[in-house]
Design a protein around this ligand. Structure first.
Ligand code: HEC
Ligand code: HEC
Length: 265
């Protein structure tokens, strides 16, 4: 479902675009200020509208096909859009919509103020079980340009209503009950072994899944995500208790270990 003819053509254009980005990165590396993500309608200073459009396009491609587009920095087979649904635009699936202006912001996990680039690196070392994407490299510039492009209508005083995940009551999940939910509601797509069929059907555990430092490995976060978005063909089917149960079951399964060397992210 991801690889239409049109998309294949776009993929063929990437080498050309990457050359363009390298020039841009070189241009920026002499500056003492890293590129900021607060783009004006015309794009950051010194970038034409067509360059800006190409950056946004490349960023969306990175978001939707992360293992393919950033293989050196991804350790599993998950794309950003496997969790941030509809290319990061679906409400309550931790959307990117109107997000850019909320950074820099205080991070409870880091214990200090972080930038949008820092937050993206967190998802690379945890959810992508990989390595931090270089903060000022062309791929980061493209991802940030894409996220910026989803933030055009942002009004500072009015938070986006679909931000983050939904709030569920705090419950205790039971993995044994969760197994029954998994088998009847999830296994058809994600596999009885949790391996899915990437890149179309993402893995929920095992080598191709997120690591144990990821937000999704927190059963209450997964319960909130799942109760609003899954099963993908019948979202809203699970009760909050079933969402906790199935998350507890998935949490009990093996997955990549978080690399403590990346604890600063
Ligand atoms: C395994 C699922 C998963 C994958 C894959 C993933 N993320 Fe995330 N991401 C999350 C979760 C869960 C949160 C936290 C949501 C919350 O706590 O409200 C999050 C939060 C974020 C945030 C902050 C959102 C906010 O509302 O503050 C950004 C930015 C982000 N991710 C970017 C990315 C990018 C870019 C990629 C791809 C390189 C990516 N993520 C891959 C699960 C994932
Ligand atoms: C009809 C197929 C289908 C069913 C059934 C389904 N999912 Fe998914 N799931 C997907 C797809 C496809 C994605 C990737 C996002 C997208 O494209 O919507 C996904 C993404 C996810 C993710 C985030 C990505 C990852 O791999 O961590 C989680 C967690 C998840 N599903 C859990 C569940 C759970 C739990 C159930 C059962 C209650 C379930 N899904 C049922 C198709 C399905």
């Amino acid at each position: 479902m991801h690889f239409t003819q049109q998309k294949r053509m776009r993929v063929a254009m990437i080498p050309l675009m990457v050359m363009g980005f390298s020039l841009f990165a070189v241009a920026c590396s002499n500056s003492s200020n890293p590129p900021v993500h607060a783009a004006s309608a015309d794009g950051p200073a010194g970038i034409s509208q067509s360059q800006q459009r190409r950056l946004i396009h490349q960023g969306k491609l990175l978001f939707d096909q992360t293992p393919k587009e950033a293989p050196d920095y991804v350790g599993n087979k998950l794309s950003c859009s496997d969790c941030h649904l509809k290319s990061g635009t679906a409400a309550h699936a931790a959307p990117m919509t109107d997000l850019a202006g909320t950074f820099p912001q205080f991070s409870k996990r880091a214990g200090h103020i972080i930038s949008l680039q820092d937050r993206i690196q967190e998802c690379f070392v945890r959810s992508e079980a990989g390595q931090p994407l270089p903060a000022n490299g062309p791929q980061m510039v493209a991802l940030v340009a894409y996220i910026d492009s989803l933030s055009k209508s942002q009004v500072k005083s009015k938070p986006y209503p679909g931000r983050g995940l939904i709030k569920l009551p705090t419950l205790i999940g039971d993995p044994a009950r969760g197994k029954a939910v998994y088998v009847s509601q999830c296994a058809a797509c994600h596999g009885i072994d949790g391996a899915g069929d990437p890149p179309i059907l993402p893995a929920l555990w095992g080598n191709n899944s997120y690591n144990d430092g990821a937000g999704m490995d927190n059963p209450s976060k997964m319960a909130a995500f799942v109760s609003y978005t899954m099963p993908q063909d019948h979202p809203g089917l699970l009760t909050p208790q079933q969402a906790y149960d199935v998350s507890a079951y998935i949490h009990s399964k093996p997955r990549p270990k978080f690399n403590e060397a990346y604890k600063i992210y």
